[in-house]
Ligand binder design. Structure first.
Ligand code: MTE
Length: 334
């Protein structure tokens, strides 16, 4: 991105590693079966997974019930949870990798309002509880490839964006989908301080073409590793588009608007020559300042486990999405 911060990965291996707990809980939840509408379970003394060094109060995540999904299942090893929630890009809480976890633990997600509007016949607004209860939650294990050339493998929980869009009944003028993050400088120090927030004009905005938004892979995520999202990963609801660079996966969404022309998106406005609207993972089109041919996969263990691997076209999801870009020049439409 524009401000390149070194991966300090400040956690050491003796700190929280709750993958085993997660795996055990998965077995229990599977045994219970899918609980339908009441997807939020009561907190059951599960260890908190937020690892903020400086925060006074740690954000409390809550176990969720969900069904398993076979959609685009990957065999890659999961990135350990403590790395997923401590190495983040969320400039509203600071542009260094460790800052979102440090600065977001007091973030208020309930009450929340997600407005769905624009060229639709049935606009609506969801409250916090409805984010978890209106649609069937499923687990999707996806690769996340950041434009900065690191990657993770994350078990997300969520529902298809297509299901939400269908509920709003888009009309023929709807061609694109525009997403907006909460704008609340009192809670988000990066919005209050231009230097801390990486020089971005907030709110953070992202967009997809309507057919990309309706693709089966496109997820609205409300959780990871079996629980609600911690703030640093975009609580209470964020987008996940696994074939695109991570900056498309906008966090803490308050507005989804169906629009007729291509929305102006945050990173594209900041540096159009570096960050395209499409942002499809493509090892053959380099970022002007670095190669996109390979990536550093963040896994468990120390230095030697941090593998450099070859980046795959569409991040390995070509079977599901290549048809969306048939006949397009992907060097031009990067
Ligand atoms: N959404 C908002 N609102 N603000 C951000 O700074 N960063 C993006 C994306 N979504 C960002 C955001 C970038 S650059 C990446 S790589 C992913 O979030 C990182 O998601 P993660 O921290 O859950 O790994």
């Amino acid at each position: 991105m524009l401000i390149i911060s070194k991966d300090k990965n400040s956690l050491n291996e003796s700190q929280v590693t709750d993958e085993n707990i997660y795996q055990q809980r998965r077995k229990v939840i599977k045994g219970l079966g899918f609980a339908g509408a009441s997807s939020l379970l009561a907190a059951t003394g599960v260890p908190l997974n937020a690892i903020a060094k400086n925060s006074q109060q740690k954000f409390k995540t809550t176990p969720l019930t969900f069904s398993q999904s076979n959609a685009a299942k990957v065999s890659d090893k999961l990135t350990p949870e403590h790395k997923v929630i401590s190495h983040n890009n969320f400039y509203e809480f600071g542009s260094k990798k460790e800052q979102p976890a440090e600065n977001s633990q007091a973030f208020k997600v309930d009450p929340w309002q997600l407005k769905v509007s624009g060229h639709v016949d049935k606009p609506f607004t969801l409250d916090y509880q409805q984010l978890f209860s209106l649609f069937t939650l499923e687990e999707r294990i996806y690769r996340l490839r950041c434009v900065e050339a690191w990657s993770m493998v994350i078990p997300w929980l969520g529902f298809r964006l297509a299901d939400l869009i269908k509920k709003a009944q888009p009309n023929s003028k709807a061609k694109y989908v525009k997403f907006k993050t909460l704008h609340d400088p009192k809670q988000m120090p990066g919005q209050a301080n231009r230097y801390m927030g990486g020089g971005i004009n907030y709110p953070y905005v992202e967009g997809l073409r309507l057919d990309e938004a309706m693709n089966d892979l496109t997820l609205l995520s409300v959780g990871l590793y079996g629980k609600t999202l911690p703030p640093q990963n975009g609580a209470p609801i964020r987008l996940v588009t696994p074939w695109k660079y991570g900056f498309k996966s906008i966090k803490s969404i308050v507005e989804i608007e169906l629009v007729s022309s291509q929305p102006k998106t945050t990173w594209n406005k900041l540096a159009a020559n570096e960050y395209g609207f499409y942002a499809n993972v493509n090892p053959e089109v380099d970022h002007p300042r670095w190669s996109q041919a390979s990536e550093r996969r963040i896994t468990s263990g120390g230095l030697f486990a941090r593998n450099r691997i070859e980046t795959q076209m569409f991040n390995g999801y070509g079977d599901e999405v290549a048809h969306l870009y048939k006949g397009m020049n992907l060097e031009k439409n990067f």
